[in-house]
Design a protein around this ligand. Structure first.
Ligand code: ADP
Ligand code: MN
Ligand code: MN
Ligand code: MN
Ligand code: MN
Length: 335
């Protein structure tokens, strides 16, 4: 007998990489082998030397196929064994290892928008819906668009064993959020990518697409972010570590260094309006949804917990944002 393994990887499309996947049939009991693909079709190679290597790094039960079938997250390598330049997981492995003793945890809030054809789901043909106000965490057919897809996606993530921790309807019609974590840097990133793959795959069956575009509708509509919640063991135990982490993200050239890698179109989303801070001014504050970094009110009350970096775009690469935060805050907390 056999089982099906869906090998998933991240391609080399600029400025925002895309997910790719293909199926391998394996004999029952066989381990997941390394595999190859045509990198010239994924912006990862030239045609004359097109072979690239897929190396399985995590696998999950496949909620679409069967109990024995799996989804396989992969890293991309060159045939000489070096990590491909599009492989952002490889540098995260090193930084995560370096700061492992700090026991970093991340919870990422993934916002996204459903599209039907060229319009956000719920936007009437040739017009606009009522302005924002009633949609966030709303209920009813006049406010909610795509709930059957969202529920199915949630079940698929849970059946895949992902550490998804919640969902909610967002501020714009057709816009939603799910949260993954708290988990270690590598786990939260692998699982967020797989949850994104499951989102596209689930919506596909409904004839709907999902986008991580940070500004999917022009005008007075909220953008889509990926608020990144972060703690170390020290931050989960004392408030000085919370403040030091928030301070460290604002020191020297850190704000720009981070922003540059927080997703494509980040300046267009971080305008200072729509619950954002301007991209070129770093700030942090308790309870403040207009700051770059928010310390939740409960964290101030408890004098321990986590901080929320509100800057990353919905289309951010979690391997990159977790690496930057672990490195910046980890180095500061080490002192
Ligand atoms: P918001 O109020 O900003 O919408 P959410 O409830 O959507 O917050 O998301 C909060 C996220 O923070 C969740 O993913 C949760 O798992 C995560 N989280 C909670 N505690 C911690 C912690 N100690 N370290 C890192 N992340 C955490
Ligand atoms: Mn072929
Ligand atoms: Mn949220
Ligand atoms: Mn949100
Ligand atoms: Mn948030």
């Amino acid at each position: 007998m056999t089982y099906k393994a869906e090998y998933i990887w991240i391609d080399g499309t600029e400025p925002t990489a895309k997910l790719r996947s293909k199926t391998r049939i394996l004999a029952d009991g066989a381990e997941l082998p390394i595999w190859g693909f045509d990198g010239s079709s994924t912006n990862q190679a030239e045609g004359h030397a097109s072979d690239r290597v897929l190396k399985p790094v995590a696998s999950y039960p496949d909620p679409f196929r069967g109990a024995d079938d799996v989804l396989v997250m992969c890293e991309v390598f060159n045939i000489d064994g070096s990590a491909h330049e599009s492989n952002t997981r490889a540098p995260l492995r090193e930084v995560a290892e370096k700061f492992a003793a700090q026991e970093s945890l991340f919870g990422i809030e993934q916002e996204y928008t459903f599209f039907k054809g060229s319009r956000p789901l719920g936007f009437p043909e040739g017009g606009f819906p009522a302005p924002q106000g009633g949609y966030y965490c709303g209920v009813g057919a006049d406010e909610i668009f795509g709930r059957e897809i969202v529920e199915k996606h949630l079940d698929n993530c849970l059946n895949a064993g992902l550490g998804i921790s919640g969902i909610n309807a967002e501020v714009m019609p057709g816009q939603w959020e799910f949260q993954v974590g708290p988990l270690s840097p590598l786990d939260v990133s692998d699982q967020l990518w797989v949850a994104r793959w499951l989102l596209y795959r689930t919506a596909e069956d409904f004839g709907v697409s999902a986008t991580l575009d940070a500004k999917p509708a022009k005008g007075d509509w909220n953008g889509a972010g990926a608020h990144t919640n972060f703690s170390t063991k020290a931050m989960r135990e004392n408030y000085e570590a919370i403040i030091e982490a928030a301070e460290s993200l604002g020191r020297d050239d850190k704000p720009l260094e981070h922003i540059k890698h927080y997703g494509s179109g980040v300046e267009a989303r971080l305008t200072g309006a729509h619950e954002t801070a301007p991209w070129n001014e770093y700030s942090y504050g308790v309870s403040n949804r207009g700051a770059s970094v928010r310390i939740p009110w409960q964290v101030e009350v408890d004098q321990k917990g986590y901080i929320e970096d509100r800057r990353p775009n919905a289309n951010v690469d979690p391997y990159v944002v977790t690496r930057l935060i672990v490195d910046t805050c980890g180095s500061a907390l080490e002192k």
